[in-house]
Design a protein around this ligand. Sequence first.
Ligand SMILES: [Zn+2]
Length: 313
Amino acid sequence: MVTAVITHEDCLAHETPPGHPERPARLVAVQESLNSVEFQCLTRIEAPAAATAALVRAHSQALLDLILKDAARRAATGGFVGIDADTVMSAGSAQAALRAAGAVIRAVDGAMAGEFANAFCAVRPPGHHAERDRAMGFCLFNSIAVGALHARAVHRLLKVAVVDFDVHHGNGTQDIFYADPNLFYASSHQSPLYPGTGFASERGVAGNILNVALPPGAGSAEFGTTYSNTILPALERFAPQFIFISAGFDAHRDDPLADMQLDESDFAWATAEICKVAARVCGGRVVSALEGGYDLDALARCASAHVRALMEA
Ligand SMILES: [Zn+2]
């Protein structure tokens, strides 16, 4: 079966101030890399906008009101509206965030219907720092969590899992998943680093959170060991009915925001290994969404390698 790429031009309309690393050119680089000949067989789908009913499964009404009404109204008049120290909204941001979450929902629906085997959501803003009540860290809505909770509510799945290899800890996904034993979140990330969470002692109500912090300078060997010995066995033991990937590529050696030393082959390997678990436990159902990755050339190579691994799964 085929792999789908789900994106929307509206995701380019989320603008950030000059010099901000989370910029529209990131998504342009990813989209261009996926236009090469080897990717012609991908199923390409335009992301719908997420409905409020889907967003409220992961977020409070107060956060929805802030992003979709209060801040959106102020941003519509031009200029940037600050959400936190490094998170801003422009006139196009609310729509971009709705498309980003909508992409993951569409990916879930397509995978459940057998329309495609797996899917990559090429979207921004990223999502994994967005908590139930708080947008932060370049993130407005937690798209992967919205998709995971959609899979449970609409497709009647019980156990779903998110694996997050972004170099930053996904505090938002952890927050949303923490109290539900049937939601599993596993993260590898650099520590110390923003946002300062993600210690092994943060385990969820039923051991359903798994954090592996890696030191600055960690590379392929540490990353491989983390997945082979810890994250992949725990994922398989949890036996989810659907696996999501928070696909951030900022643990690449060229990334300016962190100090890990991975290259694109490490992301391809991790993707392939996650897909092998998925083939054994959940019919191969895997949906990934772009999180970080701030060196444009490295990001393009990593996204290509990631999608190639999904296609070969
Ligand atoms: Zn990141």
